[in-house]
Ligand binder design. Structure first.
Ligand code: FAD
Length: 302
């Protein structure tokens, strides 16, 4: 056993997409401040067995949850040997603080950063970076990471129009974005319309679709109020019919997310990023549903 050389998967997302397109990946979030860090590794154990192409780790509003992002990203990268995408936000961050985090991620072999502005509330201040594009340029000029940025098929809530939002998205790409991951959406047509408009203004980096399975009516209400995604009539109907029963709504949510993903894959999407909400059982069901399809697409590509 001693002579076996461990191949460490320190890959950039650009290379992963090139080799694996369409990719299948997961998002997890660190436990809330004061929460048990060990609990997340049970989730990562289960997700790792599904062999995702990469795992992203979100970045909280402050305090220990931020340190946890670095710690968890490092463990996924080095212990599980899965390429990792660490989220970072501008909110409340000076250049010095950002440098400390970036240096630590670099030392730990994390190669990919999802550079975000972060959500603002009455208590938050922005620090040295106003928009995600400022953070992207800063990282690209000083470090050797691949940069992923967020995009919004139904526009960002603060943007006046999709045209204005796309103009800002183009600036993020011009600042050094290597790949985009979309906000969640329930209407695939919204994603297709957005991707077509993005391509028409010269946004040529891969666009990975963010999919969140519906698991309860409360969760969906919260997400929609946070991001403004349209909930199609067919989804509203199953929430009304099954929302009272946690098992039934989960089943319907898994089936709907699976259908969305199958349609996106058939349309040639660059990848699927599953917002797991740390629920590995749901991710597992969806991964099993699409395993054969992903395999067939990859074989066809070769
Ligand atoms: P930006 O790209 O800076 O855009 C913010 C707004 O400003 C948009 O309306 C845009 O149109 C506008 N804008 C951009 N540039 C300019 C300019 N030059 N002049 C005028 N207006 C401009 N939040 C977290 O806190 N932690 C996370 O881990 C996290 N992960 C996420 C992952 C994904 C895939 C997505 C889609 C979102 C995530 N978020 C996360 C939420 C994100 O922080 C918010 O949506 C935030 O409000 C916007 O971030 P952004 O990077 O898209 O901002």
């Amino acid at each position: 056993m001693k002579n076996i050389i461990k191949v460490v998967m320190k890959m950039f997302v650009k290379e992963i997409i090139e080799i694996k397109k369409p990719t299948f990946s997961f998002e997890i979030f660190p436990p809330k401040s004061g929460g048990n860090l060990e609990s997340i590794y049970g989730t990562v154990d289960a997700l790792a067995s599904l062999m995702p192409d990469f795992i992203s780790v979100t970045y909280g509003a402050g305090g220990s949850s931020r340190e946890n992002t670095v710690e968890i990203a490092s463990v996924i990268q080095n212990k599980y040997n899965i390429p990792t995408l660490a989220h970072l936000t501008c909110v409340g961050s000076t250049k010095d603080q950002m440098d400390n985090i970036l240096k630590e991620l670099d030392e730990k072999g994390v190669k990919n950063i999802l550079a975000l502005r972060g959500d603002l509330n009455e208590l938050s201040t922005l620090g040295d970076f106003k928009y995600a594009s400022d953070l992207i340029s800063y990282i690209k000029n000083k470090y050797h990471f691949n940069i992923v940025s967020a995009c919004y098929p139904e526009k960002h809530l603060e943007a006046y129009s999709i045209v204005e939002d796309l103009k800002h998205l183009r600036s993020k790409v011009d600042s050094g974005t290597d790949m985009l991951v979309s906000q969640l959406f329930f209407d695939n047509q919204a994603f297709y319309n957005f991707a077509e408009k993005a391509r028409s203004i010269g946004i040529n980096v891969p666009i990975v679709a963010g999919i969140m399975p519906i698991t309860s009516s409360k969760q969906i209400e919260r997400m929609v109020s946070l991001c403004g995604a349209t909930v199609p009539e067919s989804v509203q109907r199953f929430i009304r019919a099954y929302g009272h029963n946690s098992m039934a709504i989960k089943e319907a949510g898994i089936a709907y997310a699976t259908r969305q993903i199958i349609d996106l894959l058939a349309s040639g999407v660059d990848g699927i990023h599953l917002y797991t909400m740390n629920q590995a059982d749901i991710a597992k069901r969806i991964a099993e549903n699409i395993r054969g399809i992903l395999y067939a697409l990859r074989v066809k590509r070769e």
